[in-house]
Design a binder for this molecule. Structure first.
Ligand code: NAD
Ligand code: GLY
Length: 362
């Protein structure tokens, strides 16, 4: 088991990464310390893990109760928050409970958010079960839900007590969701590390066949990049904004498609559009844009947005993005080259429209 430490101003916690670590004795004893824990999961994960992991948690006294939500991004709403809170009240849960999030980014974001507001704050633990949540959503303390007008606009910064990343859970994850998770892994490589980008490209078969050591390297490296950034800029005043590469377009796609496009699929298209935007400004070279497009294609991720989504649709949602300052201009993260990205303020809407209309794809 590998352990990474997150040291923030007011909070320290550990990210444990490994294969079948959910049964690790030390971890189990750590989990047992959090008394009165309530498991939060969804119907899909409950069905798969009821007879082993969840029953085991019960048997070991790690969890007392469980709350099972419907599965899907469309349930990442205030209604689900209310539902959990009402159940906690009915179960007479006091401030001393701990919530255990057992699921992907959706369950993690909701659980973290409830934890930050229930009785003015209770503890929570993250056990991410998708690749995307293992490399991104489970660490860094961003919690929240969507509003029907915009994605992720309601939320808090509130960190878990411990994160347990067990690669064993990926064995039951549908291929589509594995591919979706690679969007965020490739994002880190474009942001910070050209060598990592080409390592992914050169080892694609081993990675896609989920060879343990290759997958472990992808997950650990991604967590290290994220931990470095959140340690410098926990509340996204500065460098943490970089982690939103591709997300301004991506969130627009998710909202427009009513979440039929997954987060990862939307982000890969968004990263390509940001790269083309940068190329139009004379920053990243056309050959590097093509490298980015090709890697996403090789993995099986989309490189253009939905066919029926037009520039007016993008702009509607992009102007609502939470990074924007209220001046009716979009803010965008763009790659200057593979391994280095910058934040652009006051994005020129005319160029944005041309990029969206694919006038510049070469
Ligand atoms: P998800 O949580 O919807 O999970 C995807 C699907 O996989 C779901 O159907 C789920 O039930 C299923 N699933 C999960 N684990 C499984 C397993 N082990 N076996 C079989 N099926 C399993 O989606 P996601 O991609 O994990 O997360 C996307 C969400 O994360 C978005 O809402 C996004 O905004 C959020 N996010 C948050 C952060 C953050 O910093 N808080 C970062 C990135 C993304
Ligand atoms: N996923 C972006 C962030 O955590 O800041």
């Amino acid at each position: 088991m590998e352990t990474l430490k997150i040291s923030l101003n007011k909070k320290k916690y550990y990210v444990n990464i490994g294969y079948n670590i959910i049964n690790n004795k030390d971890l189990v004893s750590k989990l047992k310390i959090f008394k009165n824990s309530v498991l939060i999961t969804n119907t899909t994960i409950y069905k798969i893990y009821k007879n082993n992991v969840i029953n085991n948690f019960k048997r070991l006294g790690i969890i007392n109760k469980k709350i099972i939500l419907q599965d899907g991004e469309i349930y990442k709403t205030f209604d689900s928050v209310q539902l959990i809170i009402e159940k906690l009240i009915k179960l007479n849960c006091g401030r001393n409970i701990t919530l255990i999030s057992f699921g992907g980014g959706v369950i993690g974001d909701i659980t973290g958010f409830v934890s930050s507001i229930y009785k003015r704050g209770i503890k929570y633990i993250n056990i991410p079960t998708t690749l995307l949540s293992q490399v991104d959503a489970s660490i860094g303390g961003k919690t929240g839900v969507n509003n029907h007008l915009s994605k992720n606009v309601i939320g808090t910064f509130y960190h878990p007590e411990i994160v347990i990343i067990d690669l064993m859970f990926l064995r039951t994850l549908p291929k589509k969701e594995i591919i979706s998770g690679f969007s965020e892994i490739i994002k880190y490589s474009i942001l910070f590390d050209k060598n990592f980008f080409y390592w992914i490209k050169n080892n694609l078969n081993n990675i896609l066949f989920m060879k343990k050591n290759f997958l472990l390297k992808c997950i650990k490296k991604s967590c290290e990049f994220k931990i470095k950034i959140i340690s410098e800029d926990e509340k996204e005043k500065n460098s943490r904004m970089l982690l939103n590469l591709g997300h301004t377009f991506g969130h627009a796609i998710e909202s427009f498609t009513k979440y039929k496009w997954s987060h990862g699929e939307s982000v890969s298209s968004g990263i390509v559009m940001s790269s083309i935007f940068s190329n139009v400004l004379g920053k990243i070279s056309s050959s590097e844009v093509n490298e980015i497009i090709n890697l996403f294609k090789l993995i099986g991720l989309p490189t253009i947005g939905p066919k029926n989504m037009y520039s007016k649709d993008y702009l509607k949602y992009m102007l609502r993005d939470k990074k924007n300052i209220c001046n009716k201009k979009v803010r965008l993260i763009i790659p200057e080259k593979i391994g280095r990205c910058v934040l652009l303020d006051n994005v020129d809407t005319n160029i944005l429209i041309k990029v969206i209309n694919k006038n510049f794809i070469n």
